[in-house]
Structure formats: structure tokens, C-alpha cells
Design a protein. Structure first.
Length: 657
């Protein structure tokens, strides 16, 4: 429940810490490429009697049978589709394909009914291909003004010409139908993004490697309205249309072409899908708004406000979907599930109906998407995603409440703690964890340890410091200042306490903000109690830390520091400091272990007793003096959203940086 709206204050510098520019390390985040010049050409579809389209009007028995099957797939009864006796209604002149890879599509302004279908063909190797079916749908998001009905985008490679036509009952021709051919251009960085190894998806147990919009050359001026946000309760899996015969270096161009068709021809705010996956398993950021956030897409009519859309590049009615792509789809679904709190291998309630949490597009719309092969892999995707969450995520499923009486019952098979958990100690000294659910609050789940934790003054949910797929916990001994590492075990357990260093009593604000250096292992920040200098401790990947590197001065002015993960949506971990007056300041990570020069004043007053950074959730848990908890999340560049969570934290020691 949203309890209040805090005013947004213009960004301003309110403290005077100094950030130190570090040399570039070997773990540098991938740089974005410059905006790539694209071009497009649209032509009106013409009546079959027009001389320019004569050779496209012939419909063989195969073509008519295909059109009938398309109408049936769109929801027309087999008898009605047969009686309708499809015929060619409109045809485009043959259009030149301007480059090795292009995206084409057909759109129209009027609702033409399900009996009207779209077909296309390409010219290459001195011959026209057979006419091929392409799924068509209505305007996908009624919230996005100016939308047009039309086909899915069609990816074309290795062709010199393309032609499209519309078939349907006599007199049913759509108005204002047009074919668009998009040349997505060639970016200088297209062939140098990521790796593409056949049969091997990119690594990443918690958050998979996600290539940014900048990397594929998204022209941000094409976007229309600001992004909308929602509660993610499920996932719809798609495939794109057209060729499977694309190279790794052509993928950015394909994405630019789909983006252009969706924004310029369909009239949508942005590219429809939240994420796209290529056949090598590389994951690409789709719709703008922050990959960690619940961005509303335009991928499935009637389902956009409660589901996320993930699309695999290729037509998987024709070929088997590569295992690398299947694995990466499961990883994206698992990671987002850890943030949103859904169980990918279960049922959920969507718009008042019980449905599978992970569905294919054909389950929610009249379409063949995501193709026969990919659809058959959905059970594997569901099981794999759930397994990943059980091994290293905080899904929050089936958890019990921790009330003000400081007791809890552990849910069976509860996941081990993750780097985005909240850790708290009861009056008896037992340690508990809570998993953040970004849109709905916190799930109070389980007792991590019944042993007494009274001797520790700092307990940090540290993420996977040992690269074993399980999250770990760091704790500082109050009496000696020694740091102890508790490694994550199977299920909801902590095992193997071992020393992680001495002399930490001279440090304050111990914070694990996530991966600051780009090596996919969490790092540690601490402030010198005497000088106020901010130090970075790079993780070794084996549970230890490298020598301190000073990355800032003057951080003694902050009474609280919180590692917030990728707060501003640029793919790099950030840090928030709050001074004694409750003024919050954002320091943007540069992806190499330091921070971008300058700071940003965030909205509101954060004068809470405790602030816990939730790096994987792009949020902060705030606890006031009465024990009431609030989730503070990013809203635009400097704004915030505040959501009250329950039950109360009264009587619990909530650990923070």
C-alpha cells in the first residue's frame, strides 16, 4: 500500500565528499556505442488490379490453405474459415532490401477481423521464396496512443527484395495498409559486443549479463512517453519472426529494426519486449526504464500490466531453439522472479484467473508464437528458473511471518540468503532473513540460525562471495573488530564460519553494494571512522578481499550509507548516503570500482532510524523509530516511491551499513 507521496526536489549538491578518480581496471563495463543512423521506407498496399503488383496476386492452393490455417490460428472456426474462401485483397509492390539485414512489417489503421491474414515472401538466389505466414494482431497496448494494428516485425537476411500481401474474405480489405522496410544501419560496435559461443549461454547465476540499449544502438529520441511500471506476476515468452540465419554481429541491427517498427509503424512508446535473447544466449535490454524495475511492456494484448515479455530472436516454428537461448531465458526469469517474488514453476493469478506463471504467447493470444520448438521448452524453462531461484535466490515463496514477538517458523526448502536480503536479530539472539519483493513489500521467511548473534555489531547480506552459487553472510565481532564469513549452504542454512580479516573495528558503514568492479562478485565498501575516507575492498572471489583502495573523502558526514545496486538504470552499482538531516545523496558507480564525479540529491527526507540497501531490488528498506518499515524505490532520475511494509520490526535489530 502506498502511504504517501514525497515531493521531488531538484537535484543539488548538499554535502561535500570528494570522489577520487581511479585508473581503469581490467573489469570494465561494456561501453555503449554511438547512435546508429537508420532509414525506413513505407509503401501502400495496392488493389490486386494494380499493374505494379500483378505477379504477387497469384495464390496457389498451398497459399490459400495457409491463409485458412492462419485464420483458424487467429480464432476463426475451421468451418467459418473455409466458408470465407480467402482471396488476395491487397499487395505491395516488390521492395528492395537495402542491406544484409533488414526488418519489415505490415501495419494498418482499421480493425480488419481475424479472417484477414498477412503473408510475405523474399527474393534471393534468383528466385522468390514461397509465401510465408506472419502473425498479425491488434494494437497491443491501448494505453499507448496512436497505435496501429499490424504484423509482427519480420527479420530478413540475405534477400534483395521483399513483398507482402493481405488475404481475407471478399470486401474485407484493411484500410491504410502499408509495408515498411527498415534498414537498421551498421554500428561500429555491432561486431564487438559480448561473446557468441554456439551451445553456451553467458555465465551469471544471479543476474545474467544483460547488454544495454546503448550497446545495441537504441536511439532514445524515438521513445515517446516515460516508462510505466507495474507489479510483475508472470512472464510471457515470445519469439520474433523471419529468419534464423543471422550472425552475432547482426543482432544489434535486428534489435534496432524491431525498435523502429514498434515505435514508428505500430506507434508504441518503445520496443515491446522487456528482454530479448539471441540464439547464442546473449541477453539484451528491451524496453527502457531499468532492467531491475517492473517496466510495463507492449508484448501481449490484455496481459501487459501484469506480465513481463521475453522474446527469443528467430522463428522457432521452423527450427529447434538452441539450448543456450533456453538457458538464458530461464536465467532472466529466475533473476526477475527473485525481485518480484513469483514462482516460475507454479500457478499465479492474472486478472482474477489462475494461470501458469510462465506462459507462451499463444496461451494468451491468437498466435503461433513462440513457435512449436520454443513452446515445447517451456516446462524446462520453468523448472530451470525455479531451480536457479532455489539455489541462489530469495524467492519468498511459502514463507511465514515474523511478528513483533520475535519468533518465526522456517518455510520448507526456503532459498539461501541472497545479497538483497534483510537480516535481523531477535531479542533471543537468533538471526532471521527477509526477502524483498519490489512491488509488494517484504516476505518474512525464515530463521537462518538459532545460535546467538549477540556478539556481532554488523551482519551483512553479502551475496555470493565464493562463486559457489550460494549467497554468504559477513559479520563483525563487536569486541575485536574481526570479520567473519559464513558461507551459504544447501537450503536455508549458513555453514563454515571462517576469518575474513582483522582491524575492521576502525571502519564504519560496512556496505556490500553489489558488484562495483564488473567481475560479477560483490565488493565491500567501508568508511574510516577517524578520517571519513571511503575505501573499496575488491572481492577475491574466494571469500576474501584485496587491499583497501581509497575511492572518496569526506564521507564521515553521512550517518547512513546504503548500497542500492543499479539505482539509475545504467547497469552499474550505486551508493546512497544520508546525512544527519535526512538528506539523501546518490553517488553513481562507474563500473570499475569507483564513482562518477559529482553527486545527485534524491527526493524526500530519509531521516529513518535504519536504512538497509537492497542491491538486487534497486531499493532501500527504511525502519523508523517505532519499528515501522518502508520500501523506498527509485522513481525517475531523482524521485522516489515509498511503500509501507508489514509486520512491524519493533523489537528486532535490523542490520544496516
Amino acid at each position: 500500500m502506498r502511504i504517501r507521496r514525497l515531493s521531488i526536489v531538484a537535484a543539488a549538491t548538499v554535502v561535500a565528499p570528494v570522489l577520487i578518480v581511479l585508473p581503469q581496471s581490467g573489469h570494465r563495463a561494456s561501453a555503449g556505442q554511438e547512435t546508429v543512423a537508420t532509414s525506413e521506407r513505407s509503401v501502400e498496399l495496392l488493389a490486386p488490379s494494380a499493374p505494379a503488383v500483378a505477379h504477387g496476386t497469384v495464390a496457389s492452393r498451398r497459399d490459400l490453405a495457409l491463409a485458412t490455417a492462419q485464420a483458424v490460428q487467429a480464432g476463426v472456426s475451421a468451418r467459418a474459415a473455409t466458408v470465407a474462401s480467402p482471396r488476395v485483397l491487397e499487395v505491395s509492390p516488390a521492395q528492395a532490401v537495402p542491406s544484409d539485414v533488414a526488418v519489415v512489417g505490415v501495419s494498418w489503421s482499421n480493425d480488419v477481423g481475424r479472417s484477414t491474414v498477412v503473408q510475405y515472401r523474399t527474393y534471393g538466389a534468383d528466385a522468390w521464396s514461397d509465401w510465408q505466414a506472419i502473425d498479425a494482431d491488434a494494437a497491443t497496448s491501448s494505453a499507448e496512443e496512436g497505435t496501429r494494428s499490424g504484423s509482427d516485425p519480420i527479420v530478413v537476411t540475405g534477400a534483395t527484395q521483399v513483398q507482402a500481401r493481405v488475404l481475407g474474405p471478399a470486401g474485407g480489405a484493411p484500410a491504410d495498409a502499408r509495408l515498411t522496410v527498415i534498414d537498421p544501419g551498421q554500428g561500429e560496435g555491432d561486431d564487438g559486443i559480448g561473446t557468441a559461443q554456439p551451445g553456451a549461454a553467458e555465465a551469471g547465476a544471479a543476474r545474467p549479463r544483460i547488454h544495454s540499449r546503448a550497446e545495441w544502438g537504441a536511439n532514445e529520441s524515438w521513445r515517446k512517453d516515460p516508462p510505466s511500471y507495474m507489479t510483475i506476476k508472470g512472464v510471457v515468452v515470445h519469439h520474433t519472426a523471419g529468419t534464423n540465419n543471422y550472425s552475432p554481429s547482426q543482432v544489434p541491427a535486428i534489435l534496432r529494426g524491431i525498435y523502429a517498427f514498434h515505435t514508428k509503424d505500430r506507434g508504441w512508446n518503445d520496443i515491446a519486449y522487456n528482454f530479448l535473447v539471441d540464439k547464442w544466449g546473449r541477453v539484451w535490454e528491451g524496453r527502457y526504464g531499468g532492467v531491475s524495475r517492473a517496466v510495463q511492456g507492449a508484448h501481449a494484448t490484455g496481459y501487459n500490466t501484469q506480465t513481463m515479455g521475453v522474446s527469443v530472436l528467430g522463428d522457432y516454428n521452423k527450427v529447434s531453439v538452441p539450448s543456450a537461448a533456453v538457458t538464458s531465458v530461464a536465467k532472466v526469469i529466475a533473476w526477475k522472479g527473485s525481485l518480484a517474488g513469483y514462482n516460475p514453476d507454479a500457478m499465479t493469478t492474472l486478472y482474477g484467473r489462475r494461470e501458469r506463471t510462465v506462459q507462451g504467447h499463444r496461451d494468451v493470444g491468437q498466435t503461433t508464437c513462440p513457435g512449436t520448438s520454443l513452446y515445447a521448452q517451456l516446462p524446462t524453462i520453468r523448472r530451470t528458473a525455479r531451480s536457479l531461484m532455489t539455489g541462489s535466490y530469495a524467492a519468498g515463496g511459502g514463507s511465514q511471518s515474523v511478528g513483533s514477538g520475535n519468533t518465526a517458523t522456517a518455510a520448507p526448502s526456503t532459498p539461501a540468503p541472497s545479497g538483497a536480503d534483510v537480516l535481523m536479530r531477535s531479542s533471543s539472539g537468533a538471526l532471521f532473513r527477509s526477502a524483498p519483493l519490489v512491488s509488494t513489500g517484504l516476505t518474512y521467511a525464515s530463521k537462518l540460525s538459532g545460535s546467538s548473534w549477540a556478539g556481532y555489531d554488523a551482519v551483512l547480506s553479502a551475496g555470493d562471495l565464493t562463486r559457489d552459487g550460494r549467497a554468504d553472510v559477513l559479520a563483525r565481532v563487536r569486541a575485536t573488530g574481526r570479520l567473519v564469513l559464513f558461507t551459504g549452504g544447501a537450503g536455508n542454512t549458513l555453514t563454515g564460519a571462517r576469518a575474513a580479516g582483522a582491524g575492521w573495528g576502525s571502519r564504519t558503514h560496512l556496505v556490500v553494494p553489489g558488484d562495483l568492479t564488473g567481475d560479477r562478485v560483490p565488493d565491500l565498501l567501508a568508511v574510516d571512522r577517524r578520517t571519513g575516507d571511503l575505501f573499496l575492498y575488491r572481492s577475491t572471489g574466494t571469500g576474501g578481499f584485496r587491499a583497501a583502495v581509497r575511492v572518496g573523502r569526506g564521507f564521515g558526514v553521512f550517518t547512513r550509507l546504503a548500497g542500492v545496486g543499479d539505482w539509475n538504470g545504467d547497469g552499474k552499482a550505486d551508493l546512497v548516503g544520508v546525512n544527519a538531516s535526512g538528506t539523501p545523496t546518490l553517488f553513481r558507480g562507474n563500473g570499475t570500482g569507483g564513482f562518477v564525479t559529482g553527486s545527485t540529491r534524491l527526493a524526500g527526507s530519509w531521516g529513518y532510524r535504519t536504512l538497509v540497501g537492497l542491491p538486487g531490488a534497486r531499493a532501500v528498506l527504511a525502519v523508523d523509530g517505532a519499528g515501522a518499515g518502508y520500501l523506498i524505490g527509485a522513481q525517475g532520475a531523482t524521485g522516489i516511491r515509498v511503500t509501507k511494509v508489514s509486520p512491524s520490526f519493533r523489537g528486532l535489530t535490523v542490520f544496516a551499513g
